[in-house]
Write a protein of this length. Sequence first.
Length: 190
Amino acid sequence: MLKLVGSVPSPYVRRLRLWLDGVDHEFAAIDIYSPEGRAELEKYNPAMKIPMLLDGEQPVYDSGVIFRYLSEKLARPALSVTEENQLTLVDAFQDALILLFYAERSGLDPQQDVMICTLQRDRLERVLPLLSEQVEAGAFNGWSYPAISLYTVLDWADFRQRLALDDWPVLKAFRDNHQQQPQVAETDPR
């Protein structure tokens, strides 16, 4: 039996939950910010990262590794190089937003001129226009894993108030157009 472990709000977890629609699996939600949740996470993953998958006794760490593992197990097609590049841009966007979110939750001003924050803001300035252009050109059409991944980070950014989607109308339309996809409502962290 497949068991996916992670937090409800995590876009990395949510992308796998959406991609696994129709596949028999259990989802174990944990609160990674509570001491109990951290202790639970440590039982599953020594790296203390989510998501994490258990396939029987086989642990699988990291969303990318889980995706590749399950793609092979479920006989789903591997991503093309173009799709891998799209996913790399999505992940860069997502990682930058999450690091700035963690900085703020740690009491730091994410707008301050310190290397960790500056690097993330620079990354966002470079990646957001590329993602918008690719969406507009149809590169994320359909409900593929890269499109699901882009959807989940855009929705998370809106949920966590990390990005004014009104400033990115193409990305906002993309997110809004996918609100009716299967499992979206059931996985909504709100």
